[in-house]
Ligand binder design. Structure first.
Ligand SMILES: C[S@@+](CC[C@H](N)C(=O)[O-])C[C@H]1O[C@@H](n2cnc3c(N)ncnc32)[C@H](O)[C@@H]1O
Length: 293
């Protein structure tokens, strides 16, 4: 990498170079960057280019492609991912989780193991963790005797920064807008964050249910067990149809019989070939139901 003492010229992003960059991003993440994403690419990678004192996008692409440490591609993935999320986002899914899914698990003999009721969930594309902490709160509220449940929630994302944020579990006050005050009192501890702003940290009772991991959905899934439910919401929107189809069929394989799949409200599985049964908008189920319904 050449260091440029002057302000970097980051204006070499012509259509040819943009196509090369979007092809590379697609190969690595399956995120589709159409022509309408050129300004997004200019803004997000332009920032890295300026910070690193590079001459422009050509040098940047060359640098990422030739980096063997994995750091450059990680930084690139972190920059291109869109991490918008919130607590209790698309709340109908959480109503379904507490009102239908949890009672179903509780009465299903196949969920019993070692005297406990086993529950496994996955927030795939978890961003900064609001989704998985919402799951943990909703589950804690829905079950009567938490000590009888063996609950493990996996939260994964391609972006290492958001995974680290989720692990810390610290959120500024305005991020908690969607959370009822009674739940804030029960599941969060007030604390200043590193900027000294009023913030809250999730309590141990939630944190011990959750494992955060860095995972590119298109790399191997090193899971030892199957899931009762998967939330993959507002993630597939960035992928093309063939990629969505592969992913959805892969999710099917790692769900228990009767397990549920939740997608984002602006997403659809129509036009995708899959084996799921439709339950209601944005909720699907693995067909081979253990209760024989
Ligand atoms: C818009 S956020 C959605 C967060 C949350 N699921 C929700 O609905 O609020 C999309 C997340 O998907 C992640 N993502 C995108 N491509 C991915 C990939 N190939 N593997 C894993 N995560 C990915 C992004 O890093 C981002 O955090």
């Amino acid at each position: 990498m050449s260091a440029h003492p002057q302000a970097a010229q980051v204006d070499d992003l012509d259509d040819g170079l943009f196509n090369q960059i979007s092809k590379y991003v697609y190969e690595k993440t399956k995120i589709t960057l159409g022509k309408n994403k050129k300004e997004l690419v200019r803004a997000r990678f332009g920032k890295i280019i300026r910070q690193r004192g590079m001459s422009g996008f050509r040098e940047y692409l060359h640098w990422v492609q030739s980096d063997v440490s994995g750091d450059a591609i990680r930084e690139m993935m972190n920059a291109i991912s869109t991490n918008l999320t919130s607590f209790f986002r698309e709340n109908e899914h959480f109503v379904f989780l507490s009102g239908t899914l949890i009672p179903e698990i509780a009465r299903n003999p196949a969920s019993r193991a070692g005297g406990m009721i086993r529950l496994r969930g996955w927030s795939a594309g978890c961003s900064t963790g609001e989704e998985v902490y919402t799951m943990a709160m909703v589950i804690s509220e829905a079950v009567t005797r938490l000590e009888e449940w063996d609950i493990k929630l996996l939260a994964t994302d391609i972006d290492t920064n958001v995974v680290a944020h989720g692990q810390r579990g610290i959120y500024e006050q305005d991020r908690l807008e969607g959370v009822k005050p009674s739940l804030i009192g029960k599941y969060f501890t007030p604390c200043p964050n590193e900027k000294g702003r009023k913030s809250y940290q999730t309590k141990e009772v939630l944190r011990r249910m959750i494992t955060f991991r860095h995972l590119n959905l298109f790399n191997d899934w090193p899971f030892r067990h199957k899931f009762n439910f998967i939330f993959c919401r507002n993630v597939m929107i960035y992928f093309d149809r063939p990629t969505q189809e592969n992913l959805i069929n892969h999710y099917y394989e790692v769900l228990n019989p009767g397990g549920y799949m939740f997608i984002g409200h602006s997403e659809s599985m129509s036009g995708v070939s899959h084996k799921f049964e439709y339950v209601k908008p944005t909720i699907y189920r693995r067909k081979d139901d253990p209760e024989g319904k």
